[in-house]
Structure formats: structure tokens, C-alpha cells
Ligand binder design. Structure first.
Ligand code: ISL
Length: 569
């Protein structure tokens, strides 16, 4: 491997501020809440905190609709609070990665307000967004919004439509306009001067729209063309990121990660190339798309469980394809995805802990930078909401409305199951600090209901129990910092493992050492024969004892031994 960069050996903790810790008892998390919990984050041992958007917002989409990129959301605090958070984090050796949401702004942003201000269509800000004339009295093309309905909204005053790949309150910025790019780079440099440590870039793969905005292929039965496919990895995206790199990123020793919907391994090798001309790494979406609905119209709405065969072949593909060429980010969940244990493990009381540890170790021993989403480290589970009024997320609410009430494609009961399995609100229930009524998140009713299981699943309980998931994560993070093979070792599946329907087994190998990871992905005991050298050290396991090579439900073991190259697994 070429010269190692600090972020290749780092672990990131993702904080969704709205749901992390409320310090002023308005039921909404805030910056002071995060400041008060920095010691907890530090105790886990991570290197970086990624903050979901904390900017002034219209609050349509959890802060991903920014109305002023240089102001703090007043519900979260003010710039002095932010500076204190940055300062205190740095004092504790924690870096802060901000969210950069520049595929779109809020409709309330000054640029958009000026863009719609008059109907002359030639003011400077008109071209900051993507405006088109109607075609035959309709939308300019067939693109659908990620959040239901068409991706175009008509503006009566000017007689034109504007493009929004997300909600109508999130108009897409026109990256083909150099003035837009320069405004964004100036804003990034302004944050750089504050001393931040990097950016996570929201849907950055969508910023360059295809020339002429042609219709997107439409799957049979689908309501709209797939705008995500149409806009992903567009004609100039790499030029624009190279430009951003020159004007901003190159000047700093930052961590940067692109959220790249629709990214393939060959595209990822460009975005996250090791020459450092674009970004450090990307979030790919393939492994969280494998359990989607068979019916393409329903897309992500499903309650299916992915098979180990499909999941493993995907994860292995990414490990292999990027090795030596680009850098992976590793994640099971985030603020948009259901909880890892509920989705990929088993959230029953019997197996929650053991399957959570298995998932953690399986991911953390791969090559790449691991991301831990708040609450993952204590094994929080899906929200298990029973009625629609418990949901707050616009994606969930719009989808219910469109699929159940408007198009009658599925019944309310089926959709409720799908939401329990996939709604973004599963990830957004308040952080569970203790067993009190509002889980120590707030003294008043929180903006989104606390998961009922906070009485037993909470930070207080985890910190008191030496066998908790928290300490298991802490150990995994320490191991990554101490053992180079976790960062630089080559990745290989154990011979023959690709067809195993129950066990995932791989090695990481460098000149000196071999790390062998064996994980049972099922609730049944299985036995397998692996050649484990006598002098190997059992590095970590999720059962208190080891007897034979029979693997108990969700058992994982990682062995470390010296590399005797000719040895076969
Ligand atoms: O959440 C999704 C599926 O449920 C994705 O399609 C998601 O919309 C996509 O990954 C983009 O996500 C990001 O941009 C959105 C915002 O709502 C998400 O929270 C953010 O992570 C628009 O800014």
C-alpha cells in the first residue's frame, strides 16, 4: 500500500444531532447536548465525529434542506456553541467532519428566493438552479423524486419548472454554472478557516445532470423514470470534484467521504482514487439495496432479509475491487437505514447481543474506514412503530400516501410492515442513555418517540456490563489502532467459503501476520473444519468460551497468527 493516510486507520462515530442529546428540554437534541456527551464518545475510542447537518434549515428533511450554509440551526444552538464543540472535541483528540449538502439547497435559501424573485428569468440567481420550460404543457422529463411524485415543480409566476431530485422544498443547484461552484467552494473555505476536519458530501454523485436532461428509462409499472440512475455519476462530476479538490480539499489534511448513490466499483475508483485528486472514500449503496422489493415499483419498501450469499458476494466484490486503488468506507447503518441488528442480525432478546457483536467484528476487520452510527454501539434496534402517526420522516409518510392511498399498490398492513423494516425513523429514535421515561435524552416528550426497549437497552446499562456491546466495539477500535494488518492486510475469502450459506470466513494478510475471521450468520449451530495454526491467538470472540469448531448461533471468532506464506487455510 502507498503511504498510509491517517483516515485509513480511523474509526468514525456518526451523530444525528436532533436525536442525540437534548440539553435545553425542548424535546430536540442540540450542540450543547453533544458537548456534554463528548467524554462518552471519547471513551468508545473513535477518532472522528461526523455531524449530520447542523445548519439553518427549513426542517423538511432532517436538516438536509439548508437555508443558510453559514448559520447554525437555532434549535441546535449558535455559532459560539459550535466553536466550543469543535474546540472541546479537538482538546480530546476528536476530529469533526461536517455534512456538506450541495446537490440542493432549501427553497428558503437566499439564492432560490432570488431565483424566483422576478419573472425576467435573467437575474444572476435564476441560473443557480435548474429551470426548464414545460414540454407539451407538462414536466420537462419523466424523472421522479426520491421522496415520491415528480422531480419537477411548476412556478406559476415564471411559467417554468424547477428540478428537485428530493422534496419540492429542496431545489437542485446548477453545478454547470461556475458561479454556483465558486459560491460553494468559498463557503467550504469559510468552514475550513473555522478549523473543521473534513466533509461528508451528501448525494455528491448526483451533482452533474446529463446533458439535455433526457427521460430516464422507466421500469414497467413504475410511476416515474428513475432520476437517481439518470443523474448518478453524470458527465462532469469528476471534473467538478477535481476542481473542488484543487480549490479547497487539497489545502487540508482532511477526511472526506462522498455519499454516492448509484456508484459502481469502477466509478468509486475515480471518486476515491489513492492519488487524492477527488475524495478519500465513498459510501456505496449496493449492500443496503440487496433486500429491496422484487417489485421495482416498490423499490426499497420491503421486509425481506438478504441471504448471506448475496451479501457476502457484494461485500467481497468491494473489498477486492478497491484494494490498492481506492479506499472503502464500511457501514451497516446510518440515519437513512434501519438498525443493523434488526436488519442483518437478530433483534430477539436471545440473540441481539451476540448477533450485534458478530456484525460489528465482521465489518470492523474488513479493509476500509468503519462508521458507527449513534446507538449501534449499544445495540439499539428498529423502532417497532404500530401506527402512522408515530412516523415523522417525509420519505415514509409520502411513500405510505402514494403507495397505499393514492395508487392502491399495497395494503396499509403490508406498508406498515415495510415501514417497520425500512423506515428511516428506525434509525432516528432518540439515543437511549438510561432507563428513565425519555431515556435520558430529554426531560420532555421528544420529537420522535423513544424506543420502548430503552428500559433495558441503554448506555447506563452498557457501561456497567463488561460483556456489553459497547466494550466489544471499544476493543475492536483499539485493535484497529494497534494491528496494522486490519488496515493494510489483503482481503481474501477462505477457500470454498463463497458457497457457504451460513458461515462467512475471510482472512486479512500482510507480510507478518494473518487475521482469520469466522462468523456464523445464522441462529443455528454449524460446524466447519478450518485449519487454525496451533500458535494462533484468539483475538476476539462473542461467546465466553471456545470449545470446538462448532459455531454457536451468530458466533464469531478472529484468530491472529504469523504469516507463513505457503500455509493453506
Ligand atoms: O434514504 C434513502 C433511501 O431511504 C436514500 O435514497 C437517500 O435519500 C439517499 O441516500 C440520499 O440521502 C441523503 O440525501 C437526502 C437526505 O434526505 C438523506 O438523509 C441524506 O443522507 C437528501 O438530502
Amino acid at each position: 500500500m502507498a503511504k498510509e493516510m491517517w483516515w485509513q486507520n480511523a474509526v468514525v462515530y456518526q451523530v444525528y444531532p436532533k436525536s442525540f442529546q437534548d440539553s435545553d428540554n425542548d424535546g430536540i437534541g442540540d450542540l450543547r447536548g453533544i458537548i456534554n456527551r463528548l467524554d462518552y464518545i471519547k471513551q468508545l475510542g473513535v477518532d472522528v465525529i461526523w455531524l449530520n447537518p447542523i445548519y439553518k434549515t427549513s426542517n423538511i428533511d432532517g436538516g438536509y434542506d439548508i437555508s443558510d450554509y453559514q448559520k447554525i440551526n437555532p434549535t441546535f444552538g449558535n455559532m459560539t456553541d459550535f466553536e466550543e464543540l469543535l474546540d472541546k472535541s479537538h482538546q480530546k483528540g476528536l476530529k469533526i467532519m461536517m455534512d456538506l449538502v450541495v446537490n440542493h439547497s432549501s427553497f428558503e435559501h437566499e439564492w432560490f428566493q432570488k431565483s424566483i424573485q422576478d419573472d425576467s428569468k435573467d437575474n444572476k440567481y435564476r441560473d443557480y438552479y435548474i429551470w426548464r420550460d414545460p414540454v407539451d404543457g407538462h414536466e420537462p422529463n419523466n424523472w421522479g423524486s426520491f421522496f415520491s411524485g415528480p422531480a419537477w415543480t411548476y412556478d406559476e409566476k415564471s411559467g417554468q419548472y424547477y428540478l428537485h431530485l428530493f422534496a419540492k422544498e429542496q431545489p437542485d443547484l446548477n453545478w454547470d454554472n461556475e458561479a454556483v461552484r465558486n459560491s460553494i467552494f468559498d463557503m467550504m473555505n469559510w468552514w475550513a478557516a473555522k478549523g473543521i476536519d473534513g466533509f461528508r458530501m451528501d448525494v455528491i454523485s448526483l451533482i452533474s445532470k446529463p446533458d439535455g436532461l433526457p427521460n430516464a428509462p422507466i421500469t414497467e409499472g413504475a410511476l416515474y423514470g428513475n432520476s437517481g440512475d439518470a443523474a448518478a455519476n453524470g458527465p462532469h462530476v469528476h471534473d467538478y470534484l477535481t476542481e473542488m479538490n484543487k480549490q479547497v480539499l487539497q489545502k487540508h489534511d482532511w477526511i472526506t467521504v462522498g455519499e454516492t448513490a448509484g456508484v459502481t466499483t469502477s466509478e468509486a475508483k475515480k471518486y476515491a482514487n489513492l492519488d487524492g485528486t477527488e475524495l478519500n472514500m465513498v459510501f456505496q449503496f449496493e449492500h443496503v439495496g440487496l433486500d429491496g422489493n422484487q417489485n421495482p415499483t416498490l423499490g426499497k419498501w420491503s421486509d425481506k432479509h438478504v441471504s448471506l450469499l448475496a451479501l457476502r458476494s457484494n461485500l467481497v466484490k468491494w473489498q477486492k475491487a478497491l484494494a490498492g486503488k481506492a479506499w472503502n468506507s464500511l457501514y451497516w447503518n446510518n440515519h437513512d437505514q434501519p438498525r443493523a441488528i434488526s436488519r442483518f442480525g437478530n433483534d430477539s432478546p436471545e440473540y441481539r447481543l451476540v448477533s450485534g457483536k458478530m456484525l460489528a467484528a465482521l465489518l470492523h476487520f474488513m479493509q476500509g474506514t468503519p462508521y458507527i452510527y449513534q446507538g449501534e454501539e449499544i445495540g439499539m434496534t428498529n423502532a417497532n412503530f404500530q401506527t402512522m402517526d408515530q412516523y415523522q420522516d417525509l420519505e415514509s409518510i409520502n411513500a405510505y400516501h402514494e403507495l397505499v392511498e393514492q395508487e392502491h399498490l399495497i395494503s396499509a398492513d403490508v406498508m406498515m410492515n415495510y415501514l417497520r423494516a425500512r423506515s428511516r425513523d428506525n434509525a432516528r429514535t432518540p439515543m437511549q442513555w438510561d432507563s428513565t421515561t425519555y431515556a435520558g435524552f430529554s426531560d420532555v416528550t421528544p420529537w420522535l418517540e423513544v424506543n420502548a426497549n430503552h428500559e433495558s437497552i441503554n448506555v447506563d446499562a452498557a457501561l456497567k456490563d463488561k460483556e456489553s456491546l459497547f466494550y466489544f466495539y471499544q476493543r475492536l477500535i483499539t485493535l484497529r489502532h494497534e494491528l496494522p494488518v486490519i488496515t493494510d492486510g489483503t482481503f481474501d475469502l477462505v477457500t470454498g467459503n463463497e458457497k457457504d450459506e451460513a458461515v462467512f470466513a475471510y482472512t486479512r494478510k500482510n507480510d507478518k501476520e494473518v487475521l482469520l475471521v469466522i462468523a456464523n450468520f445464522t441462529a443455528q449451530s454449524v460446524s466447519r473444519a478450518y485449519n487454525i495454526p496451533k500458535d494462533s491467538k484468539l483475538l476476539i470472540q462473542n461467546y465466553p468460551d471456545v470449545t470446538s469448531l462448532a459455531l454457536r448461533p451468530y458466533e464469531i471468532r478472529a484468530y491472529l497468527f504469523s504469516n507463513r506464506d505457503n500455509e493453506s487455510m
